[in-house]
Design a binder for this molecule. Sequence first.
Ligand SMILES: C[S@@+](CC[C@H](N)C(=O)[O-])C[C@H]1O[C@@H](n2cnc3c(N)ncnc32)[C@H](O)[C@@H]1O
Length: 273
Amino acid sequence: MRGELSPPIALMRMLIAAEDVERVGAHVAPYAPLRELLASHRDGCARICAMLASGVDSDAEADSVDAGLAFARRLFDYSVEASEESSVALYSLGSPELLAAATAEVVALLDDWALLQAHARCLEIGCGIGRFQAALGPRVQEARGLDLSARMIAAARRRCATVPNVAFDVTDGRDLSMFAAGRFELVYAVDSFPYLVQAGMALVDTHFAEAHRVLVAGGCFVLLNFSYHDDLARDRRDIAQLADAHGFAVETDGELPFHLWDGAAWRLRKIGR
Ligand SMILES: C[S@@+](CC[C@H](N)C(=O)[O-])C[C@H]1O[C@@H](n2cnc3c(N)ncnc32)[C@H](O)[C@@H]1O
């Protein structure tokens, strides 16, 4: 009500807390914006509660990288079958329109940062259903997406079947070894690093090293959300250390630039060759 969160994010947090659409309905009844949002997205919200109550998701740290990767693969193979929109952004409430508006905010930020030049070759780590490849493909030289969920990649290929300049790969989630050094102007990850963090900092460390290797000199590594620790100061410290260790300058440090989404943004620039 203070306007610090968008209504979809507020509703998403209540759905996560309650896992019960009836209970959320009772709580939001006095608040017109949330009540109306729930009424107009009731089916999507009920599906989200069912996904949450299925027990497939967990915020526990993984015992090993192997276990973390297996967990993420299981979670996203399951989620994308339940709802494509909600599988990549619960705050879409299952709505293609809300997801499109949130996607447009991210693309506008990349645009503001002048990262979407016609010659740009872009790689997304954890591309999900390919919403960013669909948006970027017509504008850049190459919009590539990697994901460890084969079902996500199948959905992305369907979504982008007629989009130029896109390509997708299923990865084992461990590194970017399928790509040569200096292959991309932009490497980015939207809400996928929290799952790498959950699998262990060794995996995160490898991906920072790999992002540095596959970027051209001066290329950018953009991270939108780093962890779900709910501690921005800790995320900033972790990223500062990783950037320092792997040869990146931190140009944007955990800002909150979006209206619809509460994602935190980092822009790192590759130093050296
Ligand atoms: C919340 S979804 C976001 C998808 C997409 N970035 C978007 O915003 O639409 C997170 C994605 O990261 C993928 N993912 C998680 N861990 C991964 C890893 N180690 N390597 C590649 N993809 C991973 C998941 O399969 C899932 O598709």
